[in-house]
Design a protein. Sequence first.
Length: 504
Amino acid sequence: MEILGLLGDGMWLSLQPLNLMLILIGVTLGLFIGAMPGLGSVNGVAILLPVTFLVPPGSAIIFLAAIYYGAMYGGAISSITLGIPGASTAVATTFDGRPLALNGRASLALVTAAIASFIGGTVANILFTLFAPVLASVALNFGPPEIFALMLLAFATFVGLGGDDIPKTIFSICIGLVFAAVGFDQISGAPRLVFFDISGFLHGINFLVLAIGVYGIGEMLWTLDSTRGKITSSEAKMSFKGIVADSKEGMKRGWKGTTVGSFLGFFVGILPAAGATPGSLMSYGVTKMIAKNPQEFGKGHPGGVAAPEAANNSASTGSMLPMLTLGIPGSPTTAILLGGMVIWGLTPGPRMFVDQSEFVWGLIGSFYVSNFFALAINLAFIPLFIWMLRMPFTVLAPLIFVLSVVGGFAATRDMHDVWLMLGFGLGAFFLRKFDYPLAPAVLAIVLGPIAEPTLRQSLLLSSGDPAIFFNRPIAGPITIAAIILILLPLFKVIRDKMRTRNAA
């Protein structure tokens, strides 16, 4: 009951006129910042951080958290309507959101994304409120072996993303891992895979640059090629009855994805330095793996939209937990928020819930309020997003190209990355022509920079003994589950061959 009282006080504080106004402004700004390719929550919070010095610290963090929330919602918009991920957290949304839009079901995709985001955020808020200290201690028990085991489990879902062609899936994963290794070695500091000694490769390959190239430029080229000059605008209709019907259909077909994303996203979000991107990609893979008809994923399944959207919103709340309770940022965006809190004279850590309880519970209360207004504002703007799809593709194609180039440059402000993005777009187009799955490569380049250093750190801790992944209480079960999942396709191949021989 004490927690409910503190939460009530926090929500009342967040509903004060100044804080409520900042929440509305923050969520609306975040929605459009998230929808702009190349920006995302990190850049949005960083750009608007100086504005917060005009208001009290409590109101400032509420404003920045509202931007974070809005950006998580907004990332799905350009992923669905244009096929360009607004942020790295929305890449997985493109897998099924864009096909739905091309099939004239953009309203279903957008409504499903909004509702799944709301449910994911709500579940995460409740878990945060009830179990913050306990979950913080659990996250603290995740060392390099546990994090690598979790990444291995994520890799185990890749095979399901690539369909039945296992060799092509493995090739796609290997390509992603090669790109993830470009730049300086995180442990030795030595440069590696610097192709043709081009200095631009020294800072590595920015994931957002790759994602925009693959799903922006690549998607545009694929559409131009597949339509063979008969380019028309996507059919997109909008009505209140349609929203209600889409809500029902989205939840009926996407409830598994929403459930998986809400809980898995929060869990991954609380792990220091993980963030919402791995959580959303892992949730997509797990949802596809447990689906009755996994072959429908990638072609326009609401569950493929619900899972990553629930996950990235849940993870955004989860990443706040280690920041407040341990002083460790759970994502790049919370790292900026942590810096702002230090500037405002606040000290994140275990004592914050005691020494600065009004600030903490005001922030937690604002999570609930921001989540509600983000849903309302998102649904209100859906007609605008639908209108974008009514434009002829002869107008949309140049718009997609310009937004992709601007987004690719905005991510790193380096022309090398713009040329790289164009190269990725061409490469993705040809891979798709030859039926190579793109999703495993995208997932590999996200998780590679997390998996590799944790693998090497774990082996350094154990003097090269791989048993460290099996004899630890948390890492052991996760590793065994991952190995079983990796071997399942092999068992399936053997079973099918035995059936063929018996039939003959």
